[in-house]
Design a protein around this ligand. Structure first.
Ligand code: TYM
Length: 339
């Protein structure tokens, strides 16, 4: 069992990142350990330069993201925690896989279409080839389980397509090089939506701070954002069918269920018929209960630059070592002579 996932150190991590992915990093780090496997979690800083960015902010966000992940329970003693920029094999393997990935495959990626919009010609090449770097991230370590939110599913399918084509083009049938990775997507919280609009996902890049709950928000800010969250005027329904076509209500219930481990049916039988005025404070309390310890730990860690850099340096040394066999085998399979 090899668990691997990445998160971009752009902006502040939010509740969608937490419920969609980070909770499962922590869960699978324990499962990997118990199964005698390994867990790799990295900051996708090379991905972060695919769009306009401020270099000083990227440096600071990278350290803050390490502090946040550790505060959430990613344990550097159990997980290989690092940033891509310190492990050149990611960029090297991407180049090798660029020979296998097809333009048509990348053109179909919804993230590329969404981010590029009508201005494809003006985008960086890195934004277009972003999914190939993501495939390299996963395939370099022969990952089996990749904990992600729903929005990354297509990129993982592409990683599988690239792996399959490389295996069939360059490897003997009985000795494929790359393991096909499986996405590990939470059944309920796969897609947490914006608090301002239930039809778009909660995102670091949404211009409205009120659209998301950051993991580092204090209790007052969390309460304020929940109270201001968009809802419709109807009371909560008593069963799941009643959530159809009510995206904001569905989102708040989904968040509450993910935080408390309760089922939608149980929550609706408890709060059905009540207005959001009653439900929002309950949701706010559940959020504060989850986020307060994370926040406190983050505050302790965030300014200790030396300790954060040491975590990354140690993780990168381990990752560099783990990646060597697959990278060497990929060069060899392609017939590249390396002395
Ligand atoms: P990123 O940084 O956008 O998001 C990190 C993780 O959070 C999940 N996520 C969400 N889940 C539920 N609801 C939401 N609103 C929400 N928003 C984000 C994402 O699905 C992701 O799991 N390309 C990736 C980083 C990456 C990666 C990888 C992931 C690079 N290489 C290899 C896995 C394997 C990204 O930009 O995630």
């Amino acid at each position: 069992m090899r668990v691997l996932s990445g998160i971009q150190p752009t902006g502040k991590p939010h509740l969608g990142n937490y419920l969609g992915a980070i909770v499962n990093y922590v869960k699978l780090q324990e499962e990997a350990l118990a199964a005698g496997g390994e867990c790799f979690i990295f900051l996708a800083d090379l991905h972060a330069i695919s769009q306009t960015h401020d270099p000083a902010e990227l440096t600071q966000n990278t350290r803050e993201m390490v502090a946040t992940l550790v505060a959430c329970g990613v344990d550097p003693a159990k997980t290989i925690l690092f940033n891509q920029a310190q492990v050149p094999a990611h960029a090297e393997l991407q180049w090798l896989l660029n020979g296998t990935a097809r333009m048509g495959w990348l053109n179909r990626m919804t993230q590329w279409k969404d981010k590029a919009g009508k201005n494809r010609e003006g985008q960086s090449i890195a934004l277009f080839t972003y999914p190939v770097l993501q495939a390299a991230d996963v395939l370099l370590y022969q990952a089996t389980h990749v904990p992600v939110g729903e929005d990354q599913k297509q990129h993982l399918e592409l990683a599988r397509d690239i792996a399959q084509k490389f295996n069939s083009d360059f490897c003997p049938e009985d000795a494929p090089l790359f393991t096909l990775p499986e996405p590990y997507i939470p059944p309920a919280a796969a897609r947490i939506m914006s608090l301002r609009d239930g039809s778009v996902k909660m995102s670091k890049s949404d211009p409205s701070e009120m659209s998301r709950i950051n993991l580092t928000d204090d209790a007052d800010t969390v309460m304020k954002k929940v109270k201001k969250a968009k809802t419709d005027p109807e009371p909560l329904p008593s069963d799941e069918k009643g959530l159809a076509n009510r995206p904001e209500a569905l989102n708040l219930i989904t968040i509450y269920c993910a935080l408390t481990g309760k089922s939608t049916a149980d929550v609706l039988s408890e709060y059905g018929g009540q207005g959001f005025g009653n439900f929002k404070p309950v949701l706010g309390d559940a959020l504060v209960e989850t986020l307060q310890p994370i926040n406190a730990r983050f505050m302790e860690l965030k300014d200790d630059q030396e300790a954060l850099d040491a975590i990354l340096a140690r993780g990168a040394a381990q990752a560099r070592e783990r990646g060597i066999p697959t990278l060497n085998a990929a060069y060899k399979a392609l017939g590249l002579v390396r002395g």
